[in-house]
Design a protein around this ligand. Sequence first.
Ligand code: SAM
Length: 289
Amino acid sequence: MNALVDNGDAAGLAGAGPSLGEAEFAFLREFVLQHCGISLGDHKRQLVQGRLLRRLRALGLAGFADYCDLLRRDPDAELGELASCISTNVTSFFREMHHYDLLVDELLPRWLEEKRGGRLRIWSAGCSTGEEPYAIAMVLAEALERSGAGIDAKILATDLSPQALAAARKGVYPIDRLGGVSDARRKRWFLRGEGSFDGFVQVHPRVRELVTIQPLNLLHDWPMQGRFDAIFCRNVVIYFDKPTKQRLFARYAGKLEERGYLFLGHSESMYGLSDDFDLIGRTVYRKRP
Ligand SMILES: C[S@@+](CC[C@H](N)C(=O)[O-])C[C@H]1O[C@@H](n2cnc3c(N)ncnc32)[C@H](O)[C@@H]1O
């Protein structure tokens, strides 16, 4: 997970409330490692404290010991909120454009040709607020239109953060978030808000209908049936520890079609972590036959 990027808020809050003791920090570290796959270094204590103070206030808790009790009582209920506090949901439309170029120039034309009458499935795992799956859906909608192929095509978008998923479901964004979107796509795939939505856009229904949004912790069981032609898991595993990454990549291999594709984020790599994939482009892997 792209966890604990210090954006300055922690420093501002630390000292303005209860402090995170050693025992509670040790519990939280173990909890986060087990349930989110993130290993928090010793030096992250202040930062964790700052991030979680907001959550303590929202829950009306007096201190971190109460928060740890709450996690012990019902780990699953609070997990998404905890993960949201300690991770960043930073994302954008058409982030790492070279992945979309590969989709548009090579993969989508091939899939749509080969799969006439069949199904195409893409998974955005760690979709955050939705920009990634919607951008994939835009290029998919364009390719479907061009090819005229009758294909059952769908994108599954999952994340464990309840706030991120709620934003993804709305599909409403401030106009200044469209930096990576071409003029043609802005016109084609976004509806401009009016009145109280002035300054916002909503993703076009044609794009939204291609995307199914579901909560899912990647470390838990996966209820999905069937395999995917491509999995985007970008900027998610960066702070996972090594065994968690190894397990996850092995599970992705099991969930991909023969010669299916796995896309990682710009600073992520599978080097030394899996023998199931060949590197075929910049942070793009293909499952070995
Ligand atoms: C930095 S965002 C990346 C968003 C998008 N993939 C991109 O590259 O722009 C990382 C996302 O991964 C999600 N995430 C982290 N750990 C996860 C886990 N164990 N299960 C599901 N989602 C997770 C976070 O909630 C966050 O929304």
